[in-house]
Write a protein that binds this ligand. Sequence first.
Ligand code: MG
Ligand code: ZN
Length: 232
Amino acid sequence: MRQALKVEAMVEIVKAGEGEILDVELDVNLQRRNLELAESNRRLLESFGVKAVDFMGSVGSGKTCLIGRLVETLKPEYRIGVIGGDLTTTIDMDFLSCLGVPVVQVNTGRECHLDANLVAKALEKFNLKELDLLFIENVGNIICPADFPLGAHRRVAVVSVVDSPYTIVKHPLTFQTVDVAVLNKLDLAEAVGADVGRLEADIQKINPRLKIVKASCKTGLGIEKLREALNL
Ligand code: MG
Ligand code: ZN
């Protein structure tokens, strides 16, 4: 936790007003088009009876590890596929493919989020008849994925308790738009002096309906709870 300043902070704020952000028109059209494609992805998935879950969170929050744990737990009951978004590497999907499930890597280049169009292209690579469940790992970033629904049935935000204590309050939109929040790396909470109760309270304040799961990928803590929270 940062030390409180002895003097009262005086900060001038510049706020972006309506129409004051460059390319706002393009932005609105882009988001509308994304939403149409997300709805089409959802219809396609549902026509094959596939349920999809989108995971978003910063690099290092533990998305890949959580998905890996879920795959291990759910594999006896579900036929699972994974789509992974990453700027340039295949590190995470290499790891998950070792668990014996079909994976598709989407390399976005410069884009810092997956969008519904990229997911539509990735879906073409699967035999959807042979899937029951699809996990989507978004690009490591907790800001703009919130603006780009992909057609998934559930959205999960992953926050590591090792991250800044302000990660949650700084990203209200993300926590308003997801269904489940995971507080990950709980095994490290004491070592880094994380106030887990405070993080939970921050989430509840932004979205009182959100399901919160305290987890540790390393120990397996919370994986059953996450499964329940996702109705799987
Ligand atoms: Mg990852
Ligand atoms: Zn982005």
